[in-house]
Design a protein. Structure first.
Length: 80
């Protein structure tokens, strides 16, 4: 009924926020990693790094942001 329709609406709703890409000025202090963020194995290096792969879109990894800052996710792989 109505409750199921509301659950479906919430499950497909767009997020209320949109992440914006940092400016180049904000990223200039980060170290480029040519192998990409996933090549970084330590938290400190990850948080101080940025994805140095080609700026061409990476179709196999939709959650990456070439040229963007790296992100450490609770001890998992570093990503961008």
């Amino acid at each position: 009924g109505h409750a199921h329709a509301r659950e479906q609406e919430l499950a497909t709703a767009a997020p209320w926020w949109t992440a914006s890409r940092p400016t180049e000025d904000q990223l200039k202090c980060l170290k480029w990693y040519n192998g990409g963020c996933r090549a970084i194995r330590q938290k400190v290096g990850c948080l101080a790094g940025r994805d140095g792969r080609s700026l061409a879109p990476q179709t196999s990894q939709a959650n990456t942001l070439p040229g963007g800052p790296c992100v450490w996710c609770g001890g998992g792989l570093c990503s961008s």
